[in-house]
Design a protein. Structure first.
Length: 143
């Protein structure tokens, strides 16, 4: 089975970039597309119900930088890339809800773990731990 779409969770961190680099390697082998996704977690609890996409013209300055940096790295490797920014409330829930939506056709998830949570999430981080346990697609965690 070949993958069609690899979702990479992006937050601008060093480990997020490591996750993207791993996804690039996977994508080259599988001839897939990378979907770079970022969750702006400044929105209210209402967004947790449906996690809407933010139109590109309304992306924050930080979101634009995160997506554009990822796009440059991916396209430098001659891989198709699509950037998505979600209006979210909690990154783990937002990213998982998006990935689990059959309309988005996510075949694989790649996330870089920062390991900032404590105590349960000390090894993976709370967001990557949440995605690992709640996502329906296979998850690759990069440390």
């Amino acid at each position: 089975m070949s993958l069609k779409k690899i979702m990479v969770c992006l937050d601008g961190s060093k480990n997020s970039t490591k996750g993207l680099q791993t996804a690039i390697k996977l994508t080259k082998q599988l001839n897939a597309k990378i979907l770079g996704i970022h969750s702006e977690t400044k929105f209210g609890a209402f967004t947790a119900v449906h996690t809407p996409k933010i139109p590109e013209k309304k992306w924050s300055k930080d979101s634009k930088k995160i997506i554009n940096d990822a796009k440059k790295l991916v396209e430098k490797n001659n891989i198709d890339f699509e950037g998505v920014v979600l209006a979210g409330h909690t990154a783990g829930y937002d990213l998982t809800a998006f990935a689990n939506n059959p309309a988005n056709q996510i075949d694989q998830i790649v996330i870089g773990a920062r390991g900032m949570g404590f105590p349960k999430e000390i090894f993976f981080g709370s967001t990557s731990n949440f995605i690992l346990h709640k996502a329906k697609a296979p998850v690759t965690i990069v440390k």
